[in-house]
Design a protein around this ligand. Structure first.
Ligand SMILES: CC(C)(COP(=O)(O)OP(=O)(O)OC[C@H]1O[C@@H](n2cnc3c(N)ncnc32)[C@H](O)[C@@H]1OP(=O)(O)O)[C@@H](O)C(=O)NCCC(=O)NCCS
Length: 188
């Protein structure tokens, strides 16, 4: 059977690696953080929900072929798991990314650092053709990362998701093609 080796992607300050059951305390810090989940369709988690999430991530890591790559983002200096990043692998070499971090770690470049590493992996190692991501139109931090990666806003879905405070929310869709990634100055 086709076996995917465990993921381990290193950046100057971070290690993107597989989750382990020992990550539960750190994961619960960001998964129960009201600010972190503000624009998400999950959370804030109870302890039990965090445990279930972690179990699902560990389970998905053994699915072959690997279609869901959910990784812990570990801060190298302190060893803390500060958040998570996800790469979804779809037919026709399409892929999508998503990420979330505890609010104590925001605005220090970690979100971009991790997103850049997984984007490089998707295009350069996995041969992805198109990478896409979505976010709540109010989530300026999230689309700032997408735009810094070189993603282009392809459109806005109107009122496609229930809003946390009732009613509906709009969603931006961003995309980046392999040839656009390759033509970036900092591409590998
Ligand atoms: C969105 C999120 C991932 C950003 O992570 P981060 O580590 O703070 O981002 P970085 O520090 O790497 O910043 C990357 C760029 O975004 C900008 N940015 C970050 N947060 C911002 C905000 N709230 N508003 C505007 N710009 C923002 C930074 O200034 C930086 O741009 P620059 O390099 O040109 O100055 C983080 O706020 C988060 O985890 N939020 C909660 C979960 C979430 O919403 N995830 C996305 C779901 S779609």
């Amino acid at each position: 059977m086709d076996q995917t080796p465990p993921y381990s992607l290193r950046t100057p300050r971070l290690l993107l690696r597989e989750f382990t059951p020992a990550d539960e305390d750190d994961v619960h810090v960001y998964a129960s953080d009201d600010a972190t989940v503000r624009y998400m369709d999950w959370g804030p988690n109870t302890r039990e929900q965090t445990r279930i999430f972690l179990g699902e991530e560990i389970e998905r890591a053994s699915v072959s072929p690997r279609v869901h790559v959910g990784l812990a983002v570990q801060h190298l200096e302190t060893g803390t798991v500060i958040g998570s990043i996800r790469l979804g692998l779809w037919p026709h070499r399409n892929a999508d990314i998503g990420y979330s971090y505890g609010s104590a770690w925001w605005r220090q470049g970690y979100g971009y650092e991790a997103a850049h590493a997984i984007t490089a992996h998707a295009f350069d190692a996995l041969g992805v053709h198109r990478l896409w991501a979505t976010c709540d139109t109010r989530n300026a931090g999230s689309y700032a990362i997408m735009e810094k990666l070189g993603m282009r806003r392809e459109g806005t879905l109107r009122r496609n998701q229930p809003a946390r405070d009732g009613g509906w929310r709009d969603t931006h869709v961003y995309g980046l093609l392999a040839q656009e990634w390759a033509s970036r100055a900092d591409a590998a």
